[in-house]
Design a binder for this molecule. Structure first.
Ligand code: FAD
Length: 524
């Protein structure tokens, strides 16, 4: 038993809906716990019918087999009753009558309903035996028998139509205060259903209780019957949802309120994120098969939601890691990463400038810094990865420009030039997630000497359609997004999406891409 553990999903109720939901989830390798009190709605009946593949199986045997089947997918089942549910999505706490506590990312409520029966002495004792409600569940078993239908609501006329399919001997016993519409009475008469009025006094059984005798009617006479049909009033079993704000809602059919359920979306989602419900708890008209199918489908929806949430957190984790120093130290600890050639836009812009002091942000392996040095610039090459600076130094030495390339370890996200300035401040393909670049532009602008140039180049968001920039969605930018961060004492000379081509890394095909190019000159 994994008490105090956190599961992907805790399923409350291990009837056919709950176990079928657990099946879908377990087979998707979700960690699942089913807490079940062991009282399925049809427990009073000896056999379950209308269930393809297991026709006539005893209800508890059906569920015992279901428990064994889900166990094969590592679903845990515990016999206990949930009495409390608190917390929120990804952090629910489920507490039980037995004093157990479980954590859950999602909760599937499949506790079913409890049937409130008409108040006729002797009726409840025979519920599920020869007191019935559903023609599809046990109508065949009482075919051709003498049947009574207790009309406690006008909906009884509907039951009259369905049970008269199965027997020619059906008597509708209309309780005091219940009015069956005239057209319904006419239909019942036309199909041979007899109608008597008055609330019956009691259900009469043989002395040994073994068999039904019939109904003692309002006038004291006995109406001999072999089975009695009633409309129960099913109420959802989910008091523990109240504190979360989920209250039972009336279940209406044909304009009449027939019981209560939990309201859900087509996905099984309730009004509380992370809490789902399925089966009879959401629709009292569902039979076993419908409840099982619903539970299974909602289980799949929960799995889909979890899969999506898992992918989102994987993206966040990767993004967070991707932009941190350790990831770049590791990247520069293996094979050479970049070509070493100067970036195209730097080669296009720099020749119009008079060489002086240049600050190269995110210098990587030094390609741009070394090119600038070869053009006569005195370069400060900065990066937050020590491994990058070591490579820049090494490559500058190999290129014979080590005296004009000076490395410095700087995290540009917190860079403060503190009065030091450069004639060219340049950043090529330095990106930050979630709109972080304007702040970097502000910091870099502060490092530009009067008359100097700021040149920022990045991947343009349109490149996402090229298939070359998987996973870049949140950190590409347009030059227009950066312009507001350029201080007023600058003139923006270039702000554009500049086309170029790039070879596809696998096919070698030249793909049309665009660079976001911002060039601004400081006037004072
Ligand atoms: C007498 C009778 C006979 C029926 N016969 C048939 C039939 O032959 N064929 C047919 O198709 N339909 C039949 N039905 C309808 C059938 O019972 C339901 O459609 C079906 O049981 C609904 O399945 P479920 O999983 O939603 O709920 P249930 O089967 O009721 O299962 C809910 C489970 O949740 C548990 N639970 C509830 N609250 C908690 C809690 N707080 N903590 C832990 N566990 C909890 C319950 O103990 C139960 O085990 C019959 C109904 C009745 C009343």
């Amino acid at each position: 038993m994994s008490e105090n553990e956190t599961y992907d999903v805790v399923v409350i109720g291990g009837g056919v809906a709950g176990l079928s939901g657990a099946m879908a989830l377990g087979r998707s390798r979700r960690s699942v716990l089913v807490v079940d009190a062991g009282e399925p709605r049809n427990a009073p009946a000896d056999h379950a019918h209308n269930y393809l593949g297991r026709e006539g199986a005893p209800p508890l045997e059906l569920l015992a087999d279901g428990r064994a089947e889900v166990a094969a997918y590592d679903v845990e089942v515990v016999t206990d009753r949930v009495v409390g549910l608190s917390g929120e999505v990804d952090g629910f706490l489920v507490t039980t009558e037995g004093g157990r506590r479980y954590g859950a990312r999602r909760v599937l409520v499949t506790g079913g309903v409890v049937d409130e029966l008409p108040d006729v002495p002797g009726l409840a004792e025979r519920w599920g035996i020869d007191v019935l409600h559903c023609p599809y569940c046990h109508g065949w078993e009482v075919r051709d028998q003498a049947l009574a239908i207790l009309a406690t609501t006008p909906m009884a006329a509907h039951q009259g139509l369905l049970f008269s399919q199965l027997s020619d001997d059906v008597v509708m016993v209309v309780h005091d205060g219940v009015e069956l519409p005239d057209e319904e009475l006419e239909k019942l008469g036309a199909i041979g259903v007899r109608v008597v009025h008055g609330t019956p006094q009691e259900v009469v059984a043989k002395d040994d209780g073994d068999a039904l005798v019939g109904l003692r009617l309002a006038d004291g006479s006995i109406l001999e019957r072999q089975a009695i049909v009633v409309a129960s009033r099913p109420h959802v079993r989910a008091d523990y949802l109240g504190p979360l704000g989920i209250e039972p809602q009336p279940f209406e059919m044909g304009g009449a309120v027939l019981g209560s359920v939990i309201a859900v979306e087509p996905t099984g989602a309730t009004s509380v994120p992370g809490v789902f419900a399925a089966g009879n708890a959401t629709d009292i008209s569902m039979t076993l098969m419908a409840s099982a199918a619903h539970g299974n489908r909602v289980g799949a929806w929960i799995n889909a939601e979890l899969a999506s949430a898992d992918a989102d957190s994987a993206v966040r984790a990767r993004r967070d890691g991707f932009f941190e120093q350790p990831a770049w130290e590791e990247r520069y600890s293996g094979d050479r990463v970049w070509s070493g050639r100067v970036n195209v836009q730097l080669a296009a812009e720099a020749p119009s400038l008079t060489p002086g002091r240049a600050l190269d942000i995110g210098c990587g392996e030094g390609g741009d810094a070394i090119w600038l040095a070869s053009q006569g610039w005195e370069v400060t090459a900065v990066d937050f990865a020590e491994a990058a600076l070591a490579r820049t130094t090494e490559h500058a030495r190999e290129a014979g420009v080590e005296d004009r390339v000076h490395t410095r370890q700087v995290d540009v996200r917190t860079f403060e030039p503190t009065g030091e300035t450069w004639d060219l401040v340049t950043s090529h393909f330095f990106h930050l997630p979630d709109g972080g670049m304007p702040d970097v532009v502000r910091r870099l602008a502060a490092a530009v000497a009067p008359g100097g140039t700021l040149l920022v180049v990045g991947h343009h968001p349109e490149d996402l359609t090229t298939g070359l920039r998987h996973g870049h969605t949140s950190f590409m930018f347009t030059s227009d997004e950066l312009v507001p961060a350029v201080p007023p004492d600058f003139v923006v000379e270039v702000s554009e999406a500049r086309p170029r081509t790039q070879a596809h890394p696998e096919t070698g095909e030249e793909i049309a891409v665009a660079d976001a190019v911002l060039r601004a000159r400081r006037t004072s």
